[in-house]
Design a protein around this ligand. Structure first.
Ligand code: DX5
Ligand code: ZN
Length: 221
């Protein structure tokens, strides 16, 4: 998967948006020139809370051409892949910790015509997903324990980004590296220096008085 643009891509997370007005939310994202829309699907089991499912995403699909970056924080994601692919997901990211036969799950995502991503929570080391890296389009590093927006970035996770950059160079791979959790104007420069291609921002984006300006500040533009 290529990052055709100069600089990093933004993926604002709608977890911090007003779910009762997604038309307005899409307008905010497009006006801010967001690159992707990050969608946090939570099942109340893999993570403590429940957010939304595939119908919510399908209903949003006609509203925009922006890339739908779907982050499945659910147990047994393989049961739901078809629903999310049909709903219009462009990228489906699953958690290494969520399923035993994760290779098969990643393969299925590709068969369904979507880009596939693998994510790890802060307690999972990069070494455990190293064998999967040749198969994935995206690696999503959780920089908070998943479940809630507005948490503080756990800096230790930035070392994982540096490690992934090294592995990608050594193995001559082309997956993108994304970071999720606690990215804001204060943490941005460290996060970007670590080597990310994409950043997720929820509370920093939707909590800003000028979301477009906030993205520029985070990107260092
Ligand atoms: C956390 C979610 C994130 C969340 C990030 O479990 O996966 O995508 O929306 O929120 P902020 O940017 O507020 O930390
Ligand atoms: Zn997320």
């Amino acid at each position: 998967m290529e990052n055709n643009r100069k600089g990093v891509l933004s993926a604002p997370s709608i977890l911090s948006a007003n779910f009762s007005n997604m038309v307005e939310t899409i307008k905010i994202l497009e006006d801010a020139s967001a690159d992707w829309i990050h969608m946090d699907v939570m099942d109340g089991s893999f993570v403590p809370v429940i957010t939304f499912g595939h119908k919510f995403i399908a209903d949003m699909r006609p509203l925009t051409k922006l890339i739908f970056d779907v982050h499945l924080m659910v147990e047994n994601p393989s049961k739901h892949l078809e629903d999310f692919a049909k709903a219009g997901a462009d990228i489906i990211t699953v958690h290494y910790e969520s399923e035993v036969h994760i290779n098969r799950t990643l393969q299925r995502i590709k068969e369904l015509g979507c880009k596939c991503g693998i994510s790890i929570v802060p307690s999972t080391p990069v070494s455990l997903i190293e064998h999967l890296l040749p198969f994935v389009d995206l690696v999503l590093i959780m920089s908070v324990n998943p479940g809630y927006g507005g948490q503080t970035l756990i800096k230790d996770n930035l070392k994982k980004i540096e490690k992934l950059v090294d592995i990608r160079n050594e193995m001559n791979l082309d997956f993108l590296i994304s970071i999720d959790g606690g990215v804001n104007r204060k943490t941005a420069s460290e996060v970007i220096s670590a080597g990310i291609d994409v950043f997720v921002a929820g509370s920093a984006f939707f909590g800003a008085s000028n979301p477009g300006e906030e993205l520029k500040i985070i990107k260092g533009e």
